[in-house]
Unconditional design. Structure first.
Length: 336
């Protein structure tokens, strides 16, 4: 007979209960604030995380790795509850996500147009969704609060872009951020251009610098560019995944993936699956090796190891062959 016995401690339930009391009753506020700042307790197990609602935060619309990852999440994560766009392009990216989710049959997943940083250079999905797809809501805080209110446990946050939306949440509702199990694509110890930070940190370095210590108490997971920037996990016109998208029976969502990749490959030879590997990490796929590291960010968001830095869980290596097989299977419609 399972469950919690009388007198048995459950740090997760106690933490969540006190956070709720702090929101409702002023006399519990100081205690709740203290617990919120420390994040959820470390006793939250893998099983609880694997079943937790998922929020995807994505700068979709440029490199197709975001588009691939969103489709994989929609097809393979029943707990996907919300997709928020970041580094928006006037709300167009959120409309694109809405269309993709509808094509995959995930009408239940809400879409929110999040932070707009004024970038447009990488946007290349214009015309890949109908003109009648409506503008999506923009209230990030209320949407995240709704997801959190629907569960008594943690919530998975999968960051596939800059940390801008997380920073907004921290400003307005730190109690929501404290509920998050964060898996973030971003950062690099040995970035290929030493003069710059990794892309997701570079486009909003203030958000990355601010959020790293905030997330530290629950050891956020960072899937860094040192591991994701590898041609072994690149989709090109020659890979089997892409070729399947050209088949006569390919569903509409697969044809959109192909069209997006075709546009991207007018600029670059392929799309490395940075964000799909990050999603795999959030789904607890076992083919990624992690280690605890202490890191620091400089004033422009460049990451380095530092004994006095913030402790994180950082990706160290991945089984790229196994990952590409996993990704191929996650996108395979032949058995449906």
């Amino acid at each position: 007979m399972g469950g919690r016995r009388r007198g048995e401690e459950d740090p997760t339930s106690d933490w969540l209960a006190l956070v709720g009391l702090g929101e409702s009753y002023e006399e519990f506020g100081d205690a709740a604030d203290s617990m919120i700042s420390g994040g959820p307790p470390p006793g939250v197990g893998r099983a609880a995380v694997s079943r937790a609602p998922m929020i995807v935060d994505t700068d979709i619309g440029g490199d197709p790795d975001d588009t691939v990852a969103v489709v994989v999440a929609a097809r393979n994560v029943p707990e996907l509850a919300l997709v928020i766009t970041c580094d928006e392009y006037g709300g167009e990216q959120a409309r694109f996500v809405r269309h993709l989710l509808d094509l995959v049959g995930r009408h239940d997943v809400r879409v929110i147009a999040g932070s707009d940083l004024g970038n447009s250079r990488l946007y290349c999905v214009d015309g890949l969704f109908p003109s009648d797809v409506p503008k999506q809501d923009t209230d990030v805080v209320s949407a995240v609060a709704e997801v959190c209110a629907a569960t008594a446990g943690p919530v998975r946050w999968v960051g596939m872009g800059p940390l801008s939306n997380l920073s907004t949440l921290q400003s307005q509702r730190p109690d929501l951020v404290a509920r998050m199990v964060v898996t973030q694509m971003g950062g690099a110890i040995n970035y290929r251009d030493p003069s710059r930070a990794e892309h997701n940190f570079r486009v909003d370095p203030e958000a990355a610098i601010r959020m790293l210590p905030v997330l530290a108490p629950w050891l956020p997971t960072f899937v860094v560019s040192d591991v994701t920037f590898n041609p072994a996990m690149e989709i090109t016109a020659e890979t089997s995944i892409y070729k399947r998208w050209t088949e006569p029976d390919a569903p509409t969502w697969a044809r959109i993936l192909r069209a997006h990749c075709d546009r991207w490959m007018e600029r670059l030879p392929g799309t490395m699956q940075h964000d799909s590997l990050t999603l795999a990490a959030a789904m607890l796929w076992p083919g990624i090796r992690f280690a605890r590291e202490r890191v620091a960010l400089d004033s422009i968001g460049r990451m380095s190891r530092s004994d006095q830095g913030t402790e994180i869980i950082m990706s160290m290596s991945a089984d790229y062959g196994a990952f590409m097989s996993w990704l191929d299977s996650a996108l395979d419609w032949s058995h449906e």
